[in-house]
Design a protein around this ligand. Structure first.
Ligand code: FNR
Length: 184
């Protein structure tokens, strides 16, 4: 395979989300053989099992984007020591109906940024637990808990702190190898 399509799922709907900025900056650290497209989750209805046989157009769109991707990249904040509800809602939608789990088998990366120093560690752990159940192999190391501080993003939206940029480049190199190894 020479080209890999990556679906990015961002766990924040906030207009000025740090995690959306992080997703943009990290994408630009990838080699050209990876192409990234954000899968939007803000217009999904609240998951209701009654609708499994008649999924909303936004749910069908998400499922087809995930199905067409070779790999996944989750970039999420932490809300109250877990993943945001909007992200869990999206994961639940695309995992159903039973037997039609769109996430299964897609190699994934999990990263996140928060204002707190230990930020997103618990959210990422909860997310990994859910993804493991859904048969999504997640890159284990390196982990990436990005602490948002002054200068993290430069005026172009790239990582403005040299050590953090190098750390994330190393993360990306491992992620690329993970995707190449497991993508089908
Ligand atoms: C937060 N925030 C937060 N931060 C953290 O490190 N651990 C946490 O458990 C929480 N909990 C939490 C709950 C709720 C409801 C909100 C709105 C926020 C702060 C969070 O890191 C901060 O708002 C980030 O800016 C969120 O990421 P985005 O939206 O900038 O990507």
């Amino acid at each position: 395979m020479s080209q890999y399509r990556i679906a990015i799922v961002i766990g924040s709907l906030r207009r000025d989300s740090f995690n959306r900025k992080l997703a943009g900056a990290v994408m630009r650290l990838a080699p050209p053989e990876l192409t990234f497209k954000q899968s939007l989750i803000g217009d999904l209805p609240l998951y209701n099992q009654d609708d499994d046989g008649n999924q909303a157009p936004a749910v069908k769109r998400l499922k087809s984007e995930i199905t067409n991707a070779h790999g996944l990249l989750f970039v999420t904040p932490e809300y109250n020591r877990s993943m945001p509800g909007v992200l869990k809602n999206a994961i639940d939608h695309a995992s159903r109906p039973y037997g039609a789990n769109a996430w299964a088998g897609k190699p994934a990366g999990v990263i996140g940024a928060s204002l707190g120093a230990a930020g997103t560690a618990m959210a990422q752990q909860h997310l990994r637990n859910t993804l493991a159940y859904l048969d999504v192999p997640t890159l284990g190391q390196p982990e990436a808990f990005i602490h948002v501080k002054e200068g993290l993003f430069d005026e172009n939206g790239d990582i403005g702190i040299e050590d953090t940029r190098k750390f994330l480049q190393n993360w990306m190199d491992h992620y690329v190898a993970w995707v190449k190894k497991l993508a089908v």
